[in-house]
Write a protein that binds this ligand. Structure first.
Ligand SMILES: [Zn+2]
Ligand SMILES: [Zn+2]
Length: 487
């Protein structure tokens, strides 16, 4: 690791709750300087390097944070030693934090920079992970990140919560020009909001009834980069729900038609992938969108890792194992996401059951809606899925043993529209402080929306506070993917 170079730009990601705690400590209203240490995981991709804040350690004034020389304040030696040891042991980056009384523009003082040059080479000798410093203004942040291979300026910080906010070293004059076709939606979220959408990379897992709607709407909204994941091909029963699919693409595959398994398999192989349909739909809706179609299953590591640097992930696939991987991506890489679907459960005695649409925001902070904490990834269902797959493989072809759940485009749209509005409001900063990010259930036959606050378990291995959890560990741990993909 001693040649560790960081891809640019380098940014910091912190969840809403931890940032609120840090901001309160740095800016209690006394106009004074205060200090803290952040322990952060590391995630690198072609889009840059993200420092994922896992822990916030506040330095107590007068105990851990003392006057040094030249009216400059410093973290004490014991505090630095304790926290840097912790970071080295936990394989996390060590980031010293202080504040200046600045608002929109902030930068290190010459004394700050001199102390980095004095301290960080020595610190890098005891840890092989990046170390560095951040200085916050009330509406800005700058950073000086060190590795044995070089020194990097922080580009920005992202605060992930019901509003996804960005802090920069200075108001950087975002380009305020956007395409006139977005005139009407810019009346709602401005040219700046439109520009934000154009810069996003959004993952869509599953391109069935719900996912195909999300894909088209994201492209029409002007989202810059869509990564759409699905391993299935279109069949005739998908046509009433998958937008933009041609009848000939489904090639008479009908699970109800009795034909020789080999004929059925041949037809199946000639049918179009859902990803192919989605690509056409997205590019028709917006030729500027970068559409990346992944014909594969998110439960395979190479597929999942293509979403590890996304800004947001929609989970519109129904398997327990995709929930497992999605939940891990959200918490390990601090990527907000939403799981959604519509269900038409069979009722008793041939009656129609309680039709519902469900939308579950999953935000990477404690109590943010972790699917595991809310018992939505039950181990016995995971085992069932693993078993039935082995059985299917033993039979040499994909038997149609999937549950043929009732599915209707308008019900899918109910879930998809709530989810994509959540996404839009979060990224354009339009959600009010009073907006809860609870799970929402639409009971269609009762014509009623209900909301439920998600639960939180401290011992959770995805989102919890124990050192065994994957939260914010980034590239430092493996995703819970299947080990060998069946080919
Ligand atoms: Zn300073
Ligand atoms: Zn959890």
């Amino acid at each position: 690791l001693d040649t560790l170079t960081l891809n640019s730009p380098v940014s910091l990601v912190i969840d809403e709750a931890r940032f609120a705690k840090l901001r309160q400590h740095l800016f209690p209203g006394d106009g004074d300087e205060h200090g803290a240490v952040l322990a952060a995981g590391l995630a690198q991709s072609e889009r840059g390097t993200r420092l994922l804040v896992r822990e916030v350690f506040l330095a107590e004034d007068g105990l851990d944070y003392l006057p040094g020389w030249n009216s400059h304040r410093i973290l004490t030696g014991p505090f630095i030693a304790q926290k840097s040891d912790y970071c080295a042991r936990e394989r996390l980056c060590y980031l010293a934090v202080h504040c200046h009384s600045a608002s929109d523009t902030v930068g290190f003082s010459p004394i700050d920079l001199a102390s980095h040059e004095h301290g960080y080479p020595a610190l890098l000798d005891i840890t092989c992970y990046p170390v560095g410093a951040l200085v916050f203004g009330t509406n800005s942040v700058a950073g000086d990140i060190w590795t044995p291979a070089g020194r990097y300026a922080l580009n920005h910080a992202t605060i992930v919560g019901r509003r996804v906010e960005h802090l920069y070293p200075s108001l950087n004059g975002r380009p305020k020009v956007a395409d006139l076709i977005y005139d009407r939606q810019m009346l709602l979220f401005g040219a700046a909001g439109q520009q934000i959408l154009a810069g996003l990379k959004i993952g869509v897992i599953g391109l069935g009834g719900v996912g195909s709607l999300l894909n088209e709407w994201l492209a029409r909204l002007g989202v810059g980069h869509i990564v759409a994941v699905d391993f299935e091909r279109i069949d005739l029963t998908n046509l009433p729900r998958v937008v933009g699919a041609y009848r000939w693409e489904a090639l008479a595959i009908h699970p109800g038609i009795d034909s020789h398994p080999l004929v059925e398999e041949l037809r199946r192989r000639l049918a179009a992938f859902k990803v192919t349909v989605a690509r056409r739909v997205a590019l028709q809706a917006n030729p500027q969108t970068r559409f990346e179609g992944v014909i594969g299953d998110v439960i395979d590591e190479d597929v999942a890792l293509q979403l590890a640097d996304a800004d947001f992930i929609f989970l519109a696939s129904d398997s327990m194992r995709s929930r497992l991987v999605f939940n891990a991506l959200v918490h390990q890489y601090l990527i907000p996401g939403i799981q959604m679907g519509a269900k038409v459960p069979p009722g008793v005695g041939g009656e129609v059951g309680d039709v519902f649409a469900v939308v579950r925001p999953v935000l990477p902070h404690n109590g943010g809606g972790c699917l595991d904490c809310n018992e939505l990834i039950p181990p016995h269902r995971l085992r069932q899925e693993n078993l039935s797959e082995r059985e299917r493989r033993a039979q040499q072809y994909v038997a149609d043993d999937q549950v043929r759940a009732p599915s209707v485009i308008t019900l899918n749209a109910l879930a998809a529209s709530q989810a994509i509005n959540d996404f839009l409001m979060m990224f354009t900063g339009l959600y009010a402080d009073s907006a809860d990010m609870n799970y929402r259930f639409g009971w269609v036959r009762e014509r009623k929306w209900e909301s439920a606050a998600p639960r939180y378990r401290e011992a959770c291995l995805d989102c919890g506070c124990k050192s065994t959890s994957r939260r914010a560990r980034g590239d430092g741990t493996r995703l819970p993917c299947r080990l060998v993909s069946p080919s």
